[in-house]
Design a protein around this ligand. Sequence first.
Ligand code: NAD
Length: 314
Amino acid sequence: MKIVVTGGAGFIGSNVVRALVEMPEVTEIIAVDDLSTGTLENLVDLPSRFLSGTILDAGLLDEALAGAASVIHLAAVPSVPRSIDDPVRSHQANATGTLMVLEAARRHRVSQVLLASSSSVYGANPALPKREALRPMPLSPYAVSKLATEAYALAYSSCYGMAVLPFRFFNVFGPGQAADHAYAAVVPAFVSAALDGRPLRIFGDGRQTRDFTYVGSVSSVIVEAVRRRVSARDAVNLAFGTRVSLLDLVAELEAVLGHPVDVVHEASRSGDVRDSQADCTRLRELFPTVRPQPLRVGLEATVGWMSARVPAGR
Ligand code: NAD
């Protein structure tokens, strides 16, 4: 079975490639990535073929998808603030890019397409926990582009009978997630600052909550979806219903590190949602055997990975 992972050199993509390598049914893995935020370092030692370039290139997608059994479409310009700085670029990669991947999947009769949407589509909708049936109220160009991602997938399901599975990821974290740029997500930004002895920057009061999901748990669900050829007629939350404030996250990190850390508070960022917690009923129905890793275990793995990368003496 040949599997294509777009965004395969990225954080989640490379973790998914690593998990696919363990599947006996998988005989070939192709990672497609333009290396805009991903890095080849993430794929070192993984037996996969790398195709460098953009998902906006139909020829490249033809080369990647010919004969594929599944496409795991993760390539995107991620992050809310990045989309606020450059909404057109987000739209092109995330919305148009998804359309290009779906078209290539249609040309090559790929029998399953898994896609990455985001909890950000719930945006200003205050209801908790986030059920998939809630009205999406995107607050940022990124969230709009992710809503387009899942809506295009569902349209391809109804128009062409394509088996699709759009997942709404919540705050995914773990080894392989970059911390060394201005748009870094909160967990790598906190871990990196703590290991460096810098204060942790919290935007707002720190009582905002997130459903942090360890990347190994995400990979387990994706691998299971490929193995059992799971598809759905609606987007599915991929998180396990935890609700952790940033202040709680700091406390967990202090417990893992074994020492206190300094924190500074800065103004809240536009486009950020206040609370995020998944209703995971649908996920549990589709994947009853998947057991998520607890936050503490995920943080230990993240700290271990990042410590190994911090140059000695820092
Ligand atoms: P990432 O930046 O590490 O991965 C995205 C990858 O896509 C990168 O390797 C990048 O180089 C590649 N890419 C970007 N534009 C491309 C293009 N035009 N053509 C080919 N490759 C391109 O981010 P990630 O956190 O691993 O995110 C993976 C997916 O999950 C994205 O679709 C993102 O929107 C979604 N998501 C992530 C989270 C999270 O918490 N990390 C939450 C919700 C949704």
